[in-house]
Design a protein around this ligand. Structure first.
Ligand code: AHR
Length: 501
């Protein structure tokens, strides 16, 4: 299958915000407890955090992390997680029908985040609580001292404020399952007033308002319009969430969900523009895609389990075993975020450890990288700089979620500091090799400095504690630059990272 493509140095989409490669971690299942934190584990540090897990996290070079939820945040009392651990209450977590010991709270999480080099992005509870508690929380976190909440933080051994700049105004408030679920106007008003109050405390903080829980919600995309009409001038981002699956076993349709996500982003971009025009507003709002991942392997079974279990503590929940097909999909999805980086400034893989996560950790045992770890890592390491437009002209297919889908999915990022351009390429054809011929205008003297490939596996192959590297990238070959063109053969169902300098 021949595919012609063209890349031009000057055809820039946008400067990518580094936070496009952020993550999310929630107090649920074994994400925190026996995920990142397990006192007594042979790899635990002095604070009880697992060093083996932290090392895998550090290698991802994650810029920011959303915490502590998720659905959990909508009934969370942040004060339960501060002060001496022995005095903290055990609470019922209404979102996941579990017991929350509160052994990890804001200050412990901050220690971990600092250790792994990630900025915190904190969510406030706008479900069971409201403006006043959000204000107190920010004062505890961000105010230097001399007030009740900031001095309380100092009395807890944290002298300097954290100066957290990213604040999520609740979580999935459109979802009937959410504790404190609201109508769009009602939520939009609350978000507006909360944003104003929080900005009074930290003027340069960025506010993220909840969009729809996904693009299949009955209220989508009217929810976004209704919310933004109430708070447009006081917020900076609107959040999008989307989880993906291939329950029908239709690989091409699964891969077509990459295009479907592009439409979702485009539609919300349109809503933002509409509200901006209607309000005659001057400020711009961008997209924070703060929950995305594959989630379907155990979804139904998990859902049955947790809805009926008897309030366990840190139970195994949403521990998806990701396969090779999922890794290919995630590579393509990250390409879509790069191509849409004019609109999407922040995106968070959901989640990070154990719960729908690229990293898994056994209680008392080893930690390992799931298949999806690798495309996420490549994008985070090499996807920083300017997103460039790539025109692709090759065979296409139609599927139930999208038409005219190119078999070859390409994104390009130009790092001007390092004078390198990285191509992220997915051949989603089930049987055909792509014979690639890509014009490299503006990069004619480039040479291939790195080529990594994920290919040749059964689509259902996974990694596990006994075979942690079974699905992992290898050095690629057969791709090179000749006469200002990138040429080479890309096998069916393969993902490539080609770095030119
Ligand atoms: O990430 C798991 C859950 O998915 C989150 O708690 C919620 O926000 C979403 O529905």
């Amino acid at each position: 299958m021949k595919v012609q493509a063209a890349l031009h140095k000057e055809f820039k989409i946008a400067r990518i915000d580094d936070r496009l490669y952020s993550a999310f971690i929630e107090h649920m299942g074994r994400a925190i407890y026996s995920g990142i934190y397990e006192p007594g584990h042979p790899q635990a540090d002095a604070h009880g955090f697992r060093k083996d897990v932290a090392a895998l996290v550090r290698d991802l070079n994650i810029p920011a992390i959303r915490y502590p939820g998720g659905n959990f945040v909508s009934a969370y009392n942040w004060e339960d997680g501060i002060g001496p651990i022995e005095d903290r209450p055990v609470r019922l977590d209404l979102a996941w029908r579990s017991k929350e010991t509160n052994h990890v709270g804001t200050n412990e999480f901050a220690v971990w985040a600092k250790d792994v080099g990630i900025d915190m992005m904190l969510a406030v509870n706008l479900g069971s609580r409201g403006l006043s508690d959000a204000r107190n929380f920010m004062e505890y976190v961000n105010h230097p001292g001399g007030t009740y909440w900031s001095d309380l933080r100092r009395s807890h051994g944290v002298e300097d404020p954290y100066d957290v700049k990213m604040w999520c105004l609740g979580n999935e408030m459109d979802g009937p399952w959410q504790i404190g679920h609201k109508e769009a106007k009602e939520y939009g008003r609350l978000a507006d007033e909360t944003a104003k109050a929080l900005r009074g405390l930290t003027p340069d903080a960025e506010m993220i308002v909840c969009g729809s829980s996904n693009d299949e919600m009955a209220t989508y995309p009217d929810w976004e319009r209704g919310v933004l009409e109430e708070c447009y001038e006081n917020v900076d981002y609107i959040s999008l969430h989307k989880y993906f699956g291939n329950s029908s076993g239709d690989t091409l349709n699964f891969f077509g969900k990459i295009e479907e996500t592009g439409r979702y982003i485009q539609a919300i971009g349109g809503v933002i523009d509409f509200v901006k025009a209607k309000k005659r507003a001057k400020n711009d709002i961008y997209i924070c895609f703060d929950e995305w991942n594959v989630w379907y392997h155990n979804r139904e079974e998990d859902s049955k389990n947790w809805k009926s279990w008897d309030w366990p503590e840190a139970p195994a929940l949403l521990e998806e075993d990701y396969n090779f097909e999922d890794a290919l999909f995630i590579g393509g999805l990250l390409n879509e975020f790069i191509r849409r980086s004019d609109r999407v400034k922040i995106a968070c893989i959901a989640q990070l450890v154990n719960v729908i996560a690229p990293i898994r950790a056994e209680k008392g045992g080893p930690a390992w990288r799931q298949t999806i770890y690798y495309p996420y890592q490549f994008a985070s390491l090499y996807g920083r700089g300017d997103a460039l437009n790539v025109s692709v002209n090759g065979p296409t297919y139609d599927c139930s979620v999208a038409d005219d889908v190119q078999y070859l999915d390409v994104a390009a990022v130009h790092n001007t500091d390092e004078q390198a351009v990285t191509l992220f390429i997915l051949n989603r054809h089930l049987t055909d090799t792509v014979d690639l011929d890509m014009d490299l205008a503006g990069f004619v003297n480039a040479k291939v400095a790195m080529h990594k490939v994920m290919a040749g596996h059964d689509l259902r192959l996974t990694n596990g504690p006994d075979n942690p590297d079974r699905v992992s990238p290898k050095d690629g070959s057969g791709v090179g630059v000749e006469d200002g063109k990138l040429r080479g053969n890309l096998p069916p169902l393969s993902y490539h990272v080609v770095r030119l300098d």
